[in-house]
Ligand binder design. Sequence first.
Ligand code: FES
Length: 104
Amino acid sequence: MSQWVEACAVDDVEEEDLIRFDHDGRTFAIYRSPDDEFYATDGLCTHEHVHLADGLVMDHIIECPKHNGRFDYRTGEAKGAPVCVNLRTYPVKVEAGRVLIDLS
Ligand code: FES
């Protein structure tokens, strides 16, 4: 069963950027791509659990702020050392100017 949760307003996330979203003891990252699509992943790097919201978005890649590990935030795929474990991703939809993610 879906569990849609409102994460932020569309305008809270700039293009080619991301924000941190905390919910129910968990941390997520919400991305807005250069082509104006929204995506969501777990908010902590799978390498040493630092917040990806402090990282850098380049095209469809999030670069971790600690050791520069990279993930494709559309799929969660780890894109090379030192990260080797993929990020979990979550379905996203936009309704009435709000960004919702499915945490089920
Ligand atoms: S903590 Fe993210 S690459 Fe090391």
